[in-house]
Every structure is written in structure tokens, then in C-alpha cells.
Write a protein that binds this ligand. Structure first.
Ligand code: NAD
Length: 972
């Protein structure tokens, strides 16, 4: 599939014309909007009252997202205090009594939240309890609105209340499964649901109920990289379900999920259409029109169907993960977004897909059935117009439970449409992400509900036409991923696309070659140029950018080296190449913007004072093996662009990567006299340097262990009467703290990625997770299950999560610590061991998690996939912070909570360089997350930050008397 990276405007021009939006009956449209406006609906009222673009709307949404899952009363109360005090709840008036009651309760809580810590009198206690109770009921009702029922049996009974034109597609509310155990539970619930629905369908005379299935609920690693595993483990399960459904004559529809799962879904589902055991199979697939590859997907399905005698139903939706898709593309630096950025283009694509589907259905009604899932009045009427023009029977529609009722009723009454209602079934604690998606959908300014309430009689279709006419097909608020930063964001490949992965795989398979790499020397062979003259500043910045381009274009060279020499997985290797490019471009931009011209200082008349920056002289850059490209290049790029002569010493474990990077640097015009690479053992490096060259560097830029940094500092102090600047970036004892409002489904994957990915060999990696006691048990259980899905093995395997440990010495040190843990700590969870046949090909260490009691039990950083867990009581949070500070490390910290006051409290006390909130704590982005710590973790300034280049240069002030020649032209 190529369309997903196609230029949006180009693709739009190719696919659409203005006719894609047929004019609709304006009378019908007005009626539809009037119906929406007039419905008596407290929930819609509430969304109008607290709009999502208002502070209060967002506060309410975040309260709704977290409240239902918090297990402890203190946590609930604290979240209420935190959220309500930030809003002005009377600012948005409502004339409905129930919403006024809600506003009054929120307002009471907000006014009294500051007293909460103090002793409350009886009246206050009762009022507070009452107000919280009222708000909780409202929030409970909000979530209730979108869940059809908690149990399918109740859902089937409730289905009797639906209107005549409606039947159900039940969804067994599952977001992605985290563990095999969870996936099995979902499988069982789908299995049972098939039987229950079938039994119920037997009693129906009209349209039968169906079942919607989410593949990500059926396997904990439903990812493109795991396709072989999925073929082996998931495909048989899907087939079993299909046979079961076939036997019970229940139609299954496979839901559409994120775009990075599209290819994997098709790979798994298409074979079902030709499977001889599934001759009577009745299945459907949902297609998302916001995807730029939707038409291509439909064409592929059409082609597959042509060679079978099966029927497939397609449910055309607009798509529910749009914001996620935009963020992911930016994060990965993809060339383009996989989805349309402009809403009107999604609408256009929807109609274009609809046309293709309806025409296909017209040609071959036995092969394709189509259902249109939309609540949007324009789209509904446009679809109807399309149907009429093709003279097809009445449309089949779909709506979500809790939405679109009146529009669909109108369509049924006027155009005989029938509707299937998508009915989520399940525990509400599992519903929260679904609830938020619905809230955003209903509450966004672009939603038709908002449009309906804002409606002033102008034709809405005008905007659609305007977009088509100008084909201004880009949403100007969403620049391309390459253009989102103040410097050019590095581009990357999307490993979830087979096409991309194959390119990467091919690159990685190249023979690593030592030929054609830059030559390096030992300290003895090093020739220091005492009369070094840097290349001109302007060319230095351009050359640095060219170096980035060259690295980006040299995957064939860099990728195999990163995978083989440093044991990086494909994704880690790609990320590292990107980071190296980012450093070059960022420092080039920084130098050009801030240092290439003299800075004018305050001056009296007749005087010119200028501040200029000059390289310090000789810069020695010492880098570690764990980021053998990014840190190596980052240090050099910064030092060199500032006009220093650079001597770079890579880690002994990764010399080839260094040679390759420097080879590319020379290729783009960095003179060999400007950067030299020495391969030399680290031990006593400074002493050896001095002994051989009888001089010392003017600056040492070091990243590595604290012990080595200290040794360098001592040697420099002993050998020089000068204070030689040392920038040292060292290790950390990084902690994450989660309170009871954390979402375990989010927390566990973030813990796993932070602690175990890159085999825990990142300085920022999570070492100790503090978990509040109320969520300790479910957290440990989820962690245990999720760790069982991790794959440790050779990094060349696409499906490997955890690659090797860098060398035997490091591996042995981890085993020593493991022995200590076995004696002194309590085992919590482990990942499966590396496959026996692979175990001998490297130093593999499968992730483990142990419970310890105090941070103080750890005396040093353990550089591998070992996670320590500590259970804490919320009342002890200050002791936790004290213990963390006492460790004197200050690199990274992660927080998981929905309580902003709690977060603020920790942020104000935490003495760490980088804090990550509700996300993973690794993978700092150059320029966005300048990186580095303090205390035992380093000296600063932060790499990839605005102050780094300052540290590479001396300042010089030049004061000129501009009147010396006899006159002051300034005053003329
Ligand atoms: P290390 O200290 O053993 O080696 C780092 C570099 O220093 C290597 O090139 C090594 O040869 C050299 N070296 C070692 N001893 C030296 C000495 N006495 N004089 C001069 N050079 C010396 O570290 P490592 O094992 O390569 O890397 C892992 C460590 O680096 C971990 O502690 C990790 O936390 C830290 N690290 C920190 C950051 C950060 O940004 N703070 C980033 C990456 C790694």
C-alpha cells in the first residue's frame, strides 16, 4: 500500500473532484439538524455546557476518565479536589435543572477544596460527601450512556427496546489485551457470545444480531513485527471462532484498529475467505475512511473476493483513532500521515469509498454487503443521494449505542434504511478509553452536534465544496512530520509496513564491512594540529546538515552495524540513526541562530560592544557503547560546529559504528584535521594522552559511567594547573512513581518499555517503580502477564523485543545482581528465557522484576533489564521523595497519575534532569527533551538543549570606541 505516505494534496487531486459531494435536499438536512437540536438529552446539554475546548470541559473529561477505576476513597477525594478547584463551574450556564445541580455540586467542591486538608465540621463533611456522590452519579451516567450493558444476557434483553428498524452488533468491550491470559478471557467471552447471540437470534423473525471482534483483544502482541507469531498463535484462534460462528450462524465483523495494524489484519483475515473449512462463513471487515489507503484496501478486498465464492460485508466507518495516528506519525518521523489531516477529505474519501462499494455490490450483490457507519447528517443524506443515483435498494446503516438515534430514525422513516447498533458490552472499568473517544467525538467543535447547535442556516456543504474547489488539501494546523520542529525532523521508516520492513531487513542483511570505513588511530599515532584553523562557520553548519542527510541515506551502512555490533533491535537502530541526525541539524540551527554573528551588548553612544564565541580549542569527546552512533555523533557535532578541533574516542565495544559515522562526515566535507577518531582503551586515557602529547585537551566531553567520569576529573586535576572543563553525563537510579489513579493498561506497557526495551541498557531506563499499595496487586498481576509476552533473542529477528547484553562482563555483573535479588528480594515476574538454540549466540538476559523494600538497598546502577518494585502507602509519598533524593542520582523520573496536584507536588520536589508524565521515560527527543541529569548523574548542560553549545566555547567581548577617528555618526 502506497497511498498512506502519498502527499495529501496530490492524492486528493487524484482521487476527488467537487462532484464527490452531491448536493442534498436542504429541507431534509434542515429537518435532521432541527431534530438533533431539539432532542431532550441531558448528556448533549452537558457537553454543550462544558465544551471540550473549555478548561472545564477538559477537566470533566479527565475526571470521567479516571474516577471509575480509582480503588481508594482517599484517591477519589483527592482527584475531585484536584480537578474541581481548577474550574469555574458556573461560567457555563444551563437552564436544565439536572445540569444546574451538577454545576452546583462541582462549584461547592471547588469552593471548599482548599479546606479539605483542615478539620471539617459535620455540615462540611456531609456536604462534601453529598457533592461527590452527585458528581459521581453524573459521571457514572456518562459512562453508562455508551455501554449497552455489563453482561451480554442483559444486552440481549435490552435489544428488545430498540426501534423496529434496528438490530445489534455486540462488541465485547475489549481494548488491547496485555497478556495471554487476558486474550484467552476475551476469546472465551467471544465464544460464549456467539452461542448466546445464536440462541437469541433463533427467536427473532427479522434481522439477526451480530458480533464485533477486536483482534487486538485476542492476542497481546497484535503487532506487525509479530506476524509469524500471530500466524502461529492467533490465526488458529480466529479460525476456531469463525468455525464456531459459522456453526451457530452468527455474523462476525472484525473491527478496524490503528493503521499500523491494518496490514497485519489483512494478512490474517484474507486467508479466511479462501479457507475450505469456512465455506459458509459470514464475516465482515470495518474500513476506516480517514485512512489514505482505504480505497486501496477496498480494491484489494474486491480482488480477493473475485477469486472466491464467499460473501463479505464491509462496514465503512470514518475512524476513531485520528489523533493517535497524527501523533504516532510525528513521533516516528514518517514522511506523511497515514490519515487525511483535513476533515473534509475524510468526508470525501468516505463518499468515494461508498461509491466504489455500492457499485461493487450492484455488480455482485452475492459477494459484497455494505453497511455505512455514520451519524453525520450530511453524510447520511449524501449516501442516500448516491444510492438513489445507482438505483439500489435501501441503505444499511450503523450507529453507536448512545449516539445518532434521531438521525437514523429519520432515515428509516423517510428512506426505509435499516440500522445496526454497535453495542459495547462489558465492565465499565474496561470502558474508559472507549468513553473518552466518544466524548471527544461528541464534544469536538467539528462534531455535527456542535454544528447543529451553532447552525445559522448556511449550507454546511459549502465548506466541503470550498475545500474541494481550492484543493487546499492540507490542514494548515498539522504540518508534515518533517516540519513540526524548529529544525528539520529526521525521517524514518514505518516498520509496521511490510514494504518498509523489507527495505530495512535488506539493509540490515548487508555484510558489515570494515573496508571503506574511515581509518582511525591510536593515541600514539594521533597527530594534534597545534595550528588548527576551523572551517568557516557558515560552511560548518551546512556541512553538519549534510552529515545528517548522508546518515539518513546510509541505512545500508549504519543499520547492519548497529544491529550486529551494538545488538540493537531494528526499531532501536532506526531511532538511533534518527537521533544522530537530529543532533546534527539541531546544533547546526543553534549555532547559526545564536553564535554565528556577534551579539550586540548594551553600549553608550560612540561605543560598540560585541560578544563573540570561539571554540575552546582541542575537545576530547568520549562516548559509550550504548548509543554508539547518537552520542558519538552528538558530542562531535556540537564540539566541531563551535570551531573546536575534535578528538573522538568511541567505546571499545563499538569501533566500527564510529568509523562508519566518521567516514560519512569526511564524505560531506568535514576535514580530517577537524575530527580524528582514536581507538584507545579508556583506562587512564587522560594520563596516556598527556604522556604522549605533553598537553591536555581544553575541554572533555564525556558520556558513560560515573566512575569513569570521576577518574577523568581526577586525572585532569592532577595533570593541569588549569581547571579544564569537563561535561560529564553519567548513569541514573531512575524511578517511576504511580498513584492509584494510574491506568494499569497504560502503566504496565510504559513500565515494560522503560525498564526492559533496549535490554535496559539506556541511562534513562527505569530501575525502580514505586507502586501505590491500592493498585499493587492488579499492577503485579498485569505486569506478570505482560512480561510473559516479551521475546528475548537475537536482534536480527524482527520479533525480538529484548536484544543481547553488550558483552560477557556486563552480563556477568547482571547475574551477580540477580543472585543478590534471589537472596534478598521477592520475585514478582519474569519474561520467558531466550530460545535454547539462540541462547549461545549472544549474552541474553530475559527481563525480571523483583520487589525490594527500600531504594537504599541498591548501591549502584544495574545496567540491564532488571526492574525493582517498591510498594508504598500514599501517606508516605514524602518519604519516597526523600529516599529518591538521598540516592543522589538525578537523571530521569516517571510519574503515572491523573491527579495534577500530586504531580505538581512531586515535580516541585524531584531533583532529576528529566521528568516524564504518563508516558515512557526513555527516548528523549533532541530539542524537545534536552537530556541530562545532575548529582551523581552528571554535570550538565543537557545534550540536545539550548545551553549545550555555550559550554563548548569561550566568550570574548570586543569593545570599540567608534568615535576614535574623530566623530560620532550615531548622533547625526
Ligand atoms: P564507561 O564509563 O565504561 O565507558 C564510557 C566511555 O568512557 C568509553 O568510551 C570508555 O572507553 C571510556 N572510559 C572508561 N573509563 C575511562 C577513563 N578512566 N578515562 C577516559 N575514558 C574512559 O560506560 P559504558 O559502560 O560505555 O556506558 C554505560 C554507562 O554510561 C552507564 O552508566 C550509563 O548510565 C551511562 N550513560 C549515560 C548517558 C547520559 O546521557 N547521562 C548516556 C548513555 C550512557
Amino acid at each position: 500500500m502506497n497511498s498512506f505516505i502519498a502527499d495529501e494534496a496530490e492524492l486528493a487531486k487524484q482521487l476527488f473532484s467537487i462532484q464527490v459531494f452531491p448536493d442534498v435536499d436542504s429541507h431534509a438536512l434542515n429537518n435532521l439538524y432541527a431534530l438533533i437540536r431539539e432532542q431532550e438529552d441531558w448528556f448533549i446539554e452537558l457537553l454543550q455546557q462544558y465544551r471540550l475546548n473549555s478548561k472545564e470541559g477538559l477537566l470533566l473529561m479527565s475526571l470521567a476518565e479516571a474516577l471509575l477505576r480509582i480503588p481508594d476513597q482517599a484517591g477519589i477525594q483527592s482527584l475531585f479536589n484536584d480537578r474541581v478547584q481548577r474550574g469555574d463551574w458556573y461560567a457555563h450556564s444551563s437552564n436544565k435543572a439536572w445540569n444546574q445541580l451538577f454545576a452546583a455540586s462541582l462549584n461547592w467542591l471547588s469552593e471548599h477544596s482548599s479546606n479539605i486538608q483542615h478539620k471539617q465540621n459535620l455540615f462540611e463533611k456531609i456536604s462534601q460527601k453529598g457533592a461527590i456522590e452527585i458528581c459521581s452519579i453524573f459521571i457514572d451516567q456518562m459512562s453508562n450512556r455508551f455501554v449497552f450493558s455489563e453482561a451480554l444476557s442483559d444486552g440481549l434483553i435490552r435489544s428488545r427496546d430498540l426501534a423496529n428498524h434496528e438490530s445489534c452488533s455486540f462488541d465485547m468491550l475489549g481494548e488491547a489485551a496485555l497478556s495471554y491470559e487476558e486474550a484467552e478471557q476475551y476469546f472465551q467471552s467471544y465464544w460464549q457470545a456467539i452461542e448466546d447471540i445464536s440462541q437469541y437470534n433463533d427467536c427473532l423473525d427479522d434481522s439477526a444480531h451480530q458480533l464485533s471482534v477486536k483482534l487486538s483483544a485476542l492476542h497481546p502482541r497484535y503487532e506487525a513485527a509479530k506476524i509469524d507469531l500471530l500466524q502461529k498463535q492467533l490465526l488458529p484462534k480466529i479460525k476456531q471462532l469463525c468455525i464456531h460462528a459459522q456453526l451457530h450462524q452468527v455474523h462476525l465483523t472484525f473491527d478496524a484498529e490503528e493503521q499500523h495494524r491494518l496490514e497485519v489484519s489483512l494478512n490474517l483475515l484474507l486467508p479466511l475467505l479462501t479457507d475450505p473449512e469456512l465455506k459458509e462463513l459470514s464475516i465482515g471487515i470495518a474500513i476506516q475512511a480517514y485512512s489514505k489507503s482505504a480505497l486501496e484496501t477496498i480494491t484489494l478486498l474486491k480482488k480477493t473476493l473475485e477469486n472466491t465464492d464467499r460473501t463479505l460485508s464491509i462496514r465503512l466507518v470514518k475512524g476513531a483513532y485520528w489523533d493517535y495516528e497524527i501523533k504516532r506519525a510525528q513521533q516516528l518521523g514518517l514522511k506523511e500521515y497515514p490519515v487525511w489531516t483535513e476533515k473534509q477529505l475524510t468526508d470525501a474519501n468516505y463518499l468515494k469509498c461508498a461509491e466504489l462499494l455500492l457499485k461493487t455490490q450492484q455488480q455482485n450483490p452475492n459477494q459484497l454487503q455494505v453497511e455505512f457507519a455514520t451519524h453525520n447528517p450530511e453524510t447520511l443524506l449524501q449516501l442516500e443521494k448516491l444510492r438513489q443515483s445507482l438505483q439500489l435498494p435501501a441503505l444499511k446503516l450503523q450507529r453507536l449505542h448512545g449516539m445518532g438515534e434521531c438521525q437514523h430514525r429519520y432515515m428509516a422513516e423517510h428512506f426505509n434504511t435499516i440500522t445496526r447498533v454497535y453495542c459495547p458490552i462489558g465492565a465499565r472499568s474496561r470502558l474508559l478509553p472507549y468513553l473518552v473517544r466518544r466524548l471527544i467525538e461528541n464534544g469536538a467543535n467539528s462534531s455535527f452536534i456542535y454544528q447543529a447547535h451553532q447552525r445559522n442556516g448556511e449550507p454546511f456543504i459549502a465548506k466541503q465544496h470550498a475545500v474541494m474547489q481550492s484543493l487546499e488539501a492540507r490542514n494548515y494546523r498539522i504540518p508534515r512530520p518533517a516540519d513540526i520542529l524548529t529544525y528539520q525532523n529526521s525521517t524514518s521508516w514505518d516498520l509496521s509496513r511490510n514494504q518498509h520492513f523489507e527495505l530495512i531487513d535488506k539493509a540490515a542483511a548487508q555484510q558489515s564491512t570494515e573496508q571503506n570505513l574511515a581509518t582511525t588511530c591510536s593515541l600514539h599515532e594521533l597527530n594534534i594540529n597545534e595550528h588548527f584553523i576551523p572551517q568557516p562557520p557558515a560552511s560548518r553548519t551546512f556541512i553538519l546538515e549534510a552529515w545528517a542527510d548522508e546518515m539518513e541515506n546510509s541505512l545500508n551502512l549504519l543499520l547492519p552495524l548497529l544491529v550486529r555490533e551494538a545488538g540493537k533491535t531494528y526499531q532501536d537502530a532506526l531511532d538511533e540513526i534518527r537521533e544522530a541526525c537530529d543532533f546534527c541539524r539541531y546544533y547546526a540551527k543553534q549555532y547559526r541562530t545564536h553564535f554565528s554573528q556577534p551579539e550586540h551588548c548594551d553600549s553608550i553612544t560612540g561605543e560598540l560592544n560585541q560578544l563573540i564565541y570561539k571554540g575552546k580549542g582541542l575537545a576530547l569527546c568520549i562516548s559509550p557503547w550504548n548509543f554508539p552512533l547518537a552520542i558519538f555523533v552528538g558530542q562531535i557535532a556540537a564540539a566541531w560546529v563551535c570551531g573546536n578541533q575534535v578528538i573522538a574516542k568511541p567505546a571499545g565495544q563499538t569501533p566500527l559504528i564510529a568509523r562508519a559515522a566518521i567516514q560519512l562526515a569526511y564524505q560531506v566535507g568535514i576535514q580530517a584535521s577537524g575530527i580524528k577518531v582514536v581507538e584507545q582503551p579508556g583506562h587512564k586515557l587522560i594520563n596516556t594522552f598527556f604522556e604522549i602529547h605533553n598537553t591536555l585537551p581544553d575541554l572533555v566531553c564525556f558520556t558513560g559511567s560515573g566512575a569513569a567520569a570521576k577518574a577523568i576529573q581526577t586525572e585532569l586535576a592532577q595533570l593541569s594547573d588549569q581547571v579544564i572543563p569537563l561535561i560529564a553525563e553519567t548513569g541514573g537510579q531512575n524511578v517511576m512513581i504511580a498513584d492509584s489513579s494510574a491506568l494499569i493498561d497504560q502503566l504496565v506497557p510504559d513500565v515494560i518499555e522503560s525498564a526492559f526495551y533496549s535490554a535496559g541498557q539506556r541511562c534513562s531506563a527505569l530501575r525502580v517503580a514505586y507502586i501505590q499499595e491500592e493498585i499493587w496487586q492488579p499492577f503485579c498481576q498485569a505486569l506478570k502477564g505482560a512480561m510473559q509476552t516479551l521475546i528475548t533473542g537475537p536482534s536480527e529477528n524482527r520479533q525480538t523485543d529484548i536484544g543481547p547484553i553488550i558483552d560477557k562482563k556486563a552480563w556477568q555483573k547482571l547475574h551477580e545482581h540477580l543472585s543478590w535479588l534471589e537472596d534478598c528480594a521477592e520475585w514478582v515476574a519474569s519474561a520467558p528465557p531466550c530460545q535454547a538454540d539462540e541462547a549461545n549466540s549472544g549474552h541474553y538476559f530475559s527481563p525480571v522484576a523483583y520487589q525490594i523494600h527500600e531504594l537504599d538497598q541498591l548501591k549502584q546502577e544495574h545496567f540491564g533489564p532488571i526492574l525493582h518494585l517498591i510498594k508504598y502507602a500514599s501517606s508516605d509519598i514524602n518519604k519516597v521523595l526523600h529516599d529518591v533524593a538521598e540516592s543522589r542520582y538525578g537523571l530521569t523520573m516517571g510519574l503515572h497519575s491523573r491527579n495534577q496536584s500530586w504531580i505538581d507536588h512531586i515535580v516541585s520536589h524531584a531533583k532529576v534532569g528529566n521528568l516524564y508524565i504518563n508516558r515512557t521515560m526513555t527516548g528523549a527527543k533532541v530539542g524537545s527533551q534536552p537530556f541530562g541529569g545532575h548529582g551523581l548523574s552528571g554535570t550538565g548542560p543537557k545534550a540536545g538543549g539550548p545551553n549545550y553549545l555555550h559550554a563548548m566555547m569561550n566568550e570574548q567581548v570586543i569593545s570599540t570606541n567608534t568615535t576614535a577617528w574623530g566623530g560620532n555618526t550615531d548622533l547625526l
